[in-house]
Design a protein around this ligand. Sequence first.
Ligand SMILES: Cc1cc2nc3c(=O)[nH]c(=O)nc-3n(C[C@H](O)[C@H](O)[C@H](O)COP(=O)(O)O)c2cc1C
Ligand code: SF4
Length: 398
Amino acid sequence: MKIFQSVNIAGITFRNRIIRSATYEGMCDEKGFPTARYYASYETLAKADVGGIITGFAYVSKEGRAMQSAQAGIDAPDKIPFFRKLTDRIHRYGCPVILQIAHTGRQTIGHVTGLPVKGASSKRSVYFREKTVPYQTREIYGVINKFTDAVSYAREAGFDGVQIHAAHGYLVHQFLLPGNNNRKDEFGIDPETGIGSAFLEGIIRSVRKRCGSDYPVFVKVSGGIGDEKHFNIDRFTSLIRILNRIQVDAIEISYGTMDNPFNIFRGEMPVNLILAKNPFFKTHNPVRKLLNKAIIDLWFRKRTLPFSHGYNLQYAALAKTLTDIPVIVVGGFRNPVEIEQALSSGKADMVSLSRPFVAEPDIVLKMKNDWNYQSLCKNCNYCAVMCDSGEPTKCYKF
Ligand SMILES: Cc1cc2nc3c(=O)[nH]c(=O)nc-3n(C[C@H](O)[C@H](O)[C@H](O)COP(=O)(O)O)c2cc1C
Ligand code: SF4
């Protein structure tokens, strides 16, 4: 049995094969500094035998902030001592911690960041709908530098490694996708691979040069985006081959973009909560409300895939045939039997969970005590919708 076996990845010892996938916390101050609640929530997880932790996404620059004002930031050296406090508290329990670093690109709101929204191209996100200014070539080198600075701060703060967020439609993903990246410069789509990997490769090269090639760099990718015309299995295969060529330290496989977030966290789409809390859909006007409900039902729901157990496992299994780099799979794992099947069938090296840890930070202990344990998470997605409400992330069912 593999599930509770420790595993060493790039010098990091994970205590077992169940890790916490990045989950936005909503527990930092408006400048991106951790608060007492942020520290406490991670201490709770670390105490409860989770194999290892990947933090929620932390922005690398103010331009790349999310629309949620309580997001963590790793954009300046004055943050280092505050994150050092976090890594010390987590390490006390023998738990490794990886910082997820991200730039939102077009998936944010200009009046929140106070800066123009910039991306790989001028194409707007259908969800965020913000006017997007394409980055000029020379500016892209500046963004690569911001990612590199962030990794150097993370290393100094004692993180065991970083994870570059190249999934879910954020900036790195925007460059990868041919449906979005129409650039004609060196950061455009490579006709041979069909994807735009130069930005991601540039970040990793720069990080290795500055922080050393032994500092662990994980990458989170999306196996598909629900649009075969623009990102199919051949392009996913190209992406894994590139990650294999540049030898990242681990690949986590998720799905989708924030243009259709319920394909990332599959399950229910709580329409009334969206109409009450989501900044793009909430309104007091009854006519507008009906219209917004129709948009959700007719546009978003039509493009949403149903929840199934381990719903990204097929992509992980394919990745395992293409590389020896450790593969982590996230999405829809809810009990130890399914996790063990994914591991012992060789389809993944580790399994990561997000919502089950929101519902029960001690779920690994419960699984250790009961082989038939089933997560209490009902995939109602209240926690996901409430990320936009200003409230810290928590489970709304228990
Ligand atoms: C409340 C919430 C916050 C999330 N925040 C992040 C994040 O910061 N970075 C990220 O890569 N994924 C994030 N995700 C996606 C999860 O990491 C995961 O890919 C997805 O929820 C599917 O896994 P699950 O079925 O175990 O929840 C978030 C999901 C939820 C529900
Ligand atoms: S609110 Fe609770 S039950 Fe609902 S999806 Fe989130 S963690 Fe699961």
